[in-house]
Ligand binder design. Sequence first.
Ligand SMILES: [Zn+2]
Length: 403
Amino acid sequence: MRKLITMALAAIFMTGNAFGAMHFVHLKAKTDIERSKIANIIHIDQVIEDSIYAVVNEDDLKELKKEIGYLLIETHVYVPKGPKNNSEEIEFPKKDEKYHTYKETMDVLDEMARKYPKIVTSLSLGTSVEGRELKGLRITGPRNLKSDAFIPGIFFVGAHHAREHLSTEVPLLLLKYLLENYGTDQRITDLVNGRDIYFVPMLNPDGAMHDIKGRKYKMWRKNRIENSKGSFGVDLNRNYSYGWGTGGSSRRETSDVFMGPKPFSEPETQAVKKFVEEHANIRIILSFHTFSELILYPWGGKKDGVSGKDGQVFTKMAETMSKWNKYKPMQASGLYVATGDTCDWAYGEHGIFCFTFELSPKSRWRGGFYPGAKVIEPAFQANILPALYLIDKAADPYGVLKK
Ligand SMILES: [Zn+2]
């Protein structure tokens, strides 16, 4: 007994998770139906053929055993990387310091706004649960700032999910790239002059900073709202309204895919809703996530494809971009159904062509959510051309269907 208690305490100490240890799980799922059953309980980190891999909390593991124990093949305690200390310091582990904390991200945004005042305006979309400002930038030609003419818009957003830190780095590097090449690179100059380009690199700063607190990773996914029974967090990418709560998300507050008490219950998703609805010129959204190297498009909440011309636009754009970044293009529900994400809402409610990029690495064996700082530069490089393409196509998404 004492040994068990010691082990449990050690697990809590190692993970910093008051709800117990995290567990690596490997499940066998041969069919869509089996995968969808799993997705109703946990977040699926990776699907490879018949196998599903994930890191889950104690409560999720219990639920998996209770509901679909027959699919479980392997579980073991997951030990996160990082020093064993209890410091409250908000900084990445030493070897990953190249990643930006919330403060460092905001500093970059402020610096860019100071350095390029003619083409940059600061945006504030709202505040997170813990009161962090959800900041972004608008990048557009100097004339557009004074004009009322219609300018096609595109919105890049990162870090809905806390542990997906690379999804902040890529939009941050992209916005710097646009600004640094404006005025010298003709293509970029023309694109900036002709578009409203909005960037919000860190939508879930509370979760992201919780995930690195004490310089050790915690595999945190959700935001940091306190739920009714003392657990924390709603999965922001299950909290959008379109098809909310109809599959691939959970009503259990402790679940990593907890959908929230109602659609748009969270200040972070409310901020996106308000921003997008106030900027009717937005025609394309790119939401960055990690990992698996995929280009995903609606529907995520159902197996049917988007019909008609719109469906062709999605597939054409995704296939074109995949030639540059080598990511696999597919409908989001291709692996398993999940509802309440950004893109089903953006397209379903507003007709916006919305993509989710699952950035590097390709698999959990190459680092999963924590692939290290070495992937930042290649992930950015791989996505320059896809980003420029989307900025270009924001003027006329249907143009991609012309021969
Ligand atoms: Zn994600």
